[in-house]
Design a protein around this ligand. Sequence first.
Ligand SMILES: Cc1ncc(COP(=O)(O)O)c(C=O)c1O
Length: 478
Amino acid sequence: MIFAALIAGAFVVGGTDGFAASSSAFSGGNMLHHGPRSSQAFSMVSTPPTPSTASTSSAPLTQDQFNAYVQNTYGRYPLTIVRGEGCKLFDSDGKEYLDFVAGISTCALGHADSDLAAAVGDQMKKFHHVSNLYYIPEQGQLAKWLVDNSCADRVFFCNSGAEANEAGIKLARKHASTKLGIAEPVIVTAKKSFHGRTLATMTATGQPNYQKNFGPLVPGFEYATYNDPEDLKRVVKRINRRGKIRSLFGRPRRAVAAIMMEALQGEGGVVPATPEFFSTVRELCDETGALMIVDEVQTGMGRTGKVWGYQNFDVEPDVVTCAKALGGGVPIGAMLCKERADVFEPGNHASTFGGNPLACAAANCVTSKLSENGGALLENVRERGEQLRAGLAELQEKYPETVAGVRGWGLINGLVLNEESPVLAGAVVAETTKLGLLLVPAGLKVVRFVPPLVATAAEVSTALSVIDQALAIVTGAK
Ligand SMILES: Cc1ncc(COP(=O)(O)O)c(C=O)c1O
C-alpha cells in the first residue's frame, strides 16, 4: 500500500500547467528529462496501456499512438477525456469523473456550458478573427469590463498566462527605462513562485528545477522568500544599494523595476499571501518607483471569491496579469495596468491572436456570468469554498497523522499533508482518480482543489466523501 502510495506520489509533483515529473521513482534519473513516460509510470498502480498499431481511421488514437506523435512534455494520467458536462467529465470508456481540476483553474463555467458554446458559436458565424490593425468591438467590451472591475485603467490582450506575464515584464522594463532612468532593470519575484514557461517567465519562476538545462537565463531577475517581508526588503534594498555604488563608478544604473508576486501561490502549494507581505510589496514599490505586478493567472476571474486575488488585501497593484479562467477555457490572456504604468506605444508589443473576436466573445460570456444576478457566482464560490474547507478540516481531524492542514480562498484550496507522513499528494490524487474524482497536486505534499466556479453543494459533498475514501485507502485505514 505504502509502496504504491510512494510511486503514485512521485507521479505528479510538477507545475500548475500540467507538468508532471513522473520518472524518478523508476529510473533514479533526472526527474525532468529521463525515464519512462508517465502513463507507463502510472500503469504500475493502475491499468497498463494496451499496445496497438497505427490506425488510418478517424477513431481517437490510443494512448500509445498519441505518445508516438506528441512530444513528451507532460506526465499524463492514462485517461482519454472525450466529453464534459458542468463539473463532470467522461472518459473514452464512458467512466464519469467529478472534475475538481477544471483545466487547472481554467474552466470557470464548467464544461459544455450552453451560454459559452452559444457565445463562441455565434461569434464564429459573424467573424472570428481579424488583425489588431482594426478596432474589435468584442475586445473593447472586454477591456471595459476588466477596467470597470479592477484597479487598472488599460488592457493588453494575449493568449496565455506566460504571455500576460511577458507583457508585464516588458512593460516594467520600459517603465524603468523611460520613467525611472534604470538601465539595468531587475524584477524581484518570489521563491516557489510560478509564472510560466517562456524564457523570461521561466526565469521569473523562483524554482531552479524549471530552469535546469535551459540556461542562460534571462538577466535581471532576483528572488525573495514569499510571505517574508523582511527578506523582501533586504533583497530590494541590496539591489538598489549596490546599483547606486556601481553608478558611482560610471556603470549603468541597476535597480528594481518591479516586484512580481502571486496573490496566492498556486503551484508553490496553495499558499495565500499575508496582508503584511502584500502591504510591504506596495510600500517598497511606492518608495522606489518600481511597479507592483500581481500574477492573477491562477487566482483571477472569481477563483478566490473576489474577482481578483489582490482584492483580498487593502492594496492596489500597478499591473495585473490574467489568463486561464478569463475565457473559461478558450485561450486568452490579458495584462492590465494603471494609467501611470501604461508606457507601451504602437510597435512596442503585439500578438496576432491577442484579443481576437472569438476569444473575447468567450471572455465576455465569462464576465457576464460573474456580473449577473448581483454577483451570485462569486457568492457561490465563497459558500462552496467554506463548505469545502469545513469538510476538509473534518478530514484533518479524522486523519491527524496524514493531514496537517487546510488552506486557501474561495475555490482554490489545498489539503496539506503532514511532512512526516509517507503519504504524498500524488498518491491521494491517484486514488481519487480511480474513485472518479479528478484533483491535482500542488507540490509533493498538497492536494489542490480548483473546481469550476459553478460547482454545487452536492458536488462538493461528493468530492469530500471521495477524498475521505481515498485517505482511508492511502493511510491503510481501509
Ligand atoms: C500563477 C501562474 N502564472 C502563470 C502561469 C502560466 O500560464 P500559461 O500556462 O497559460 O502560460 C500559470 C500556469 O499554471 C500560473 O499558475
